[in-house]
Write a protein that binds this ligand. Sequence first.
Ligand SMILES: [Mg+2]
Length: 169
Amino acid sequence: MLFKPTFVFNTVTEITSAFLKQNGIKGLILDLDNTLTTHNNPKPPKYIIAWINSMKSADIPLVIVSNNKYDRVRPFAQMLQLPFISDGAKPLTRGIDEARKAMRLSKNEVAIVGDQIFTDMLGANFKRMPTIYVYPIELEDGFFFKVKRVLETPFLPRKHNFKSKVEKT
Ligand SMILES: [Mg+2]
């Protein structure tokens, strides 16, 4: 099912390297807004920084793929010293593909982690990659706005400003 995640967690910090190992997952593609911090918040919370560091120590490669703009994503990724793709245009799969290739891993070895079914999960499911759904950190936009945004996202592919290269920080 295209909208169904493979795994569900409350937050990224519940994802352990042991769990990834058990499921043959060697790398993660991370959504940013509402997955690693609240929407447009320039700073990651401390518990997220600690989790990122634990993944790095376990040699799990991480790449941020966000649909948000370069000017939002770059400083955030730099702070965490993670490679990133901005204007990722999920659920289109070019950003996801580029990120996975940068890790030199195969499709079944990289899971997409995100808080939106119609962008993060759908994009990965198109590619038959494992998906890890996490509940959004904050539903700051209000319920109806959120529903509207979620429903319209697949129809607004923002192809024109898509940056397909993984940028190192
Ligand atoms: Mg998100």
